[in-house]
Design a binder for this molecule. Sequence first.
Ligand code: AMP
Length: 435
Amino acid sequence: MTFKELGLSDNLLKAIAEKGYTKPSTIQEKAIPLVLKGKDLLASAQTGTGKTAGFTLPILQLLAETRHPKYRPIRALILTPTRELAAQIYDNIREYSKHLDIRTTVIFGGVKPKKQIDSIRRGIDILVATPGRLIDLESQNKLSLNRVDYLVLDEADRMLDMGFQRDINKILALLPKKRQNLLFSATFSKEIKKLANGFLHHPVMVEAEPENSTVEKIIQKAYRTDKSKKTALIIKLISDGNWQQVLVFTRTKHGANRLCKKMISKGIKAAAIHGNKSQAARTKALAGFKDSTVRVLVATDIAARGLDIPLLPHVINYELPNIAEDYVHRIGRTGRAGANGEAISLVSSDEVAYLKAIEKLLKQKLISTVIEGYEPSEITPDNEKPKTKEQKLDEQRQRQQRRKNRLAKPNAKKEKGQYSKSNKSRNRNKSHKKR
Ligand code: AMP
């Protein structure tokens, strides 16, 4: 199957060729013809499947075919949970639409709204937005959504996880009743199905696994070590291997900052990306990582969600996540686009319980070894270790912080990626308590 056979116009085919895509991905093959036919979609696809082009290409085509010669109301609205994802989708649309007379803007919180308002005022066809800023600007009459023909909810499961349900309902109420709806989600919980039933009209279900579905193509290794040796070990691994593009995960924002500083002091160009960083700093770090001026990007789970970093050869878990599913999200960043990748976890003795939970979820054991000179002072037997007092306190603190954030300033905080106590996170906590 080729892009031409999917029914895309010459102007789009030209932009696709310039992007270097030679053939459509599975989700694109399935979704593009359906969207062009005007169907509502319920699509199961994660980052890495090519889903963004799957919905933006046909929407661009439909918009270009029916655009009013003078008048530009917002006709397509793309909602995403995070600022980074919004910015990525916007960049993609700009590239795909470079031979079309279609204008796009992106809006999100954390930056001053003036530029966003100005560009909306000049007239746009497509708006990419996070829910909080969209509602803010709409309530100030800075934009109108009453001519929207196409609505996309991207990463809908994350939006619900982050507590955006009420905002989504508010936004839906601002849109015309007659429109085409596309919902993308990596998972299909009861909540997602309920949301989908609430606004999709006879949707067609499409599914796609990531092109190189996680686990098989990724070489996963665990190095057992001590907490105090992790920084030296990670620097050794990156230097000895001469790795040039490495994504490192830490569990906390402070941990990310500390590690980043240490690397810089050792001459490794590193940047950190997490919820306490300004939008400008996050964008700069990500851009530096993509253009290889930043060699190591140190990230927390929430900051890294949905980031599109193509062809990443190395992911390192400086600390294991305390939610096993997050491990799968983390390592899904490597071995993209058919290439093999390597995911390395540094595991100290207090993290053995997390490792067990991950192995249970993956239904496979990781290759667990040590590196000479960095061995743990005490090897924990594999047959389980109770959680330490520190671990329990750490979890309790994280739960309290999330609760505080939610109570403090729901909208502003949510855009920074804080969880609300959705059923999913409640279940996660429950299942975690069991471990
Ligand atoms: P996404 O899942 O939309 O985040 O896309 C993941 C990555 O795949 C992005 O870097 C896209 O530019 C890239 N991509 C999307 N479609 C194709 C395609 N047909 N061929 C090659 N790369 C693609």
